[in-house]
Design a protein around this ligand. Structure first.
Ligand code: BDR
Ligand code: CA
Length: 319
């Protein structure tokens, strides 16, 4: 157990297979407590994402954690999903029993604002979906800027091609205007871009190791990632899957996994051709003050080993 009090985390998420793995990692990690999940449109339509969030908390024995329903659509653009990556339900081939718990009545945007203002500096906000909820929270209550203890975002592609358009990464492409609001808010987020997370790969041998443990969590991970691995094989030519969102979550309690570089970042919101492309001014050419910490190196191997161990611990704890 950690020597210090667990860090409080708000996870803004669009589950989503790797979101699901991030939720399970949060439940498996004694260094953090999940204050709430706020759900946003993204990998699948919002209704599926909410159902998945609830079912995952039930699977992980954490039904006490509130789930708040956030925004169903981007700020300006039409909804855009990633069903080819995550399946129609958002969880690949996995079929979880419908949850017996329900979302709280409070809107996700209002929950974010309330929790952040109630605990200034104490909450790590980890955003692993399109940034619509956070952008609206910033517009509704700008005082949250001072209250956010730490903001970690999985998204963007600075030194790599996109995974959604030739230039844009999914979370940013799915709501580029929201990303613009968040980047310009003065929050100095840590950005874990797809350049980095695409190299953090869970393999079939990792899944087999979990399956040896047995139980519903291992089965869930195997069935969800079976779809995700098929997608990676077809799209990227390797038999594994990038665990983007868990890597971002882990930085809350294990920042030494990453090396970061400060830079000014911005996002394209005008050109349809390059919409959602994120740009980092690593050379200081714009003369603009850095507004983000960008992860440029990450101990992917160390993290994957850690992730598998944490899943084994969670499986054992719930057996
Ligand atoms: C991001 O987009 C989604 O498909 C994943 O859940 C992750 O948050 C990776 O580009
Ligand atoms: Ca996600």
């Amino acid at each position: 157990m950690p020597a210090t009090a667990p860090r409080r985390v708000l996870l803004d998420t669009d589950p989503g297979i790797d979101d699901a793995l991030a939720i399970l990692l949060a439940l498996a990690s004694p260094e953090i407590t999940l204050t709430a999940l706020t759900v946003v449109h993204g990998n699948c339509p919002l209704s599926e994402a909410v159902a998945n969030a609830l079912a995952l908390l039930e699977l992980g024995g954490a039904t006490q954690i509130p789930v708040a329903v956030g925004c169903a659509a981007p700020l300006l653009r039409p909804p855009f999903t990633a069903t080819e990556t995550h399946g129609l339900s958002g969880l690949g081939y996995a079929r979880l029993p419908a949850a017996t718990i329900a979302p709280v009545a409070e809107h996700g945007v209002d929950l974010l604002i309330r929790e952040l203002l109630a605990a200034p500096g104490q909450i790590s906000l980890v955003a692993v979906g399109p940034l619509t909820n956070l952008a609206l929270a910033l517009r509704k209550e700008p005082q949250i800027v001072a209250a956010i203890g730490e903001l970690i975002i999985m998204g963007a592609a600075f030194q790599a091609d996109g995974n959604t358009t030739p230039l844009a990464e999914f979370n940013i492409y799915a709501d580029p205007h929201a990303a613009k609001i968040v980047f310009d808010a003065g929050l100095a987020p840590t950005i874990v871009p797809w350049d980095i997370t695409r190299e953090i790969r869970l393999g079939r041998h990792d899944i087999d190791r979990l399956l040896q443990r047995g139980g519903p969590i291992a089965e869930f991970i195997a069935e969800a990632t079976r779809f995700y691995i098929e997608f990676h094989l077809k799209q990227f030519g390797y038999a594994g899957c990038a665990i983007n969102d868990p890597a971002a979550l882990a930085l809350v309690y294990w920042p030494h996994l990453a090396r970061t570089t400060q830079a000014y970042i911005d996002v394209e919101i005008s050109s349809e051709l390059t919409m959602g492309k994120t740009i980092a001014d690593f050379q200081g050419l714009t003369g603009k003050h850095p507004n983000a910490q960008i992860v440029t190196h990450f101990d992917g191997e160390g993290f994957v080993a850690h992730f598998v161990e944490r899943m084994e611990q969670l499986i054992d704890r719930l057996a």
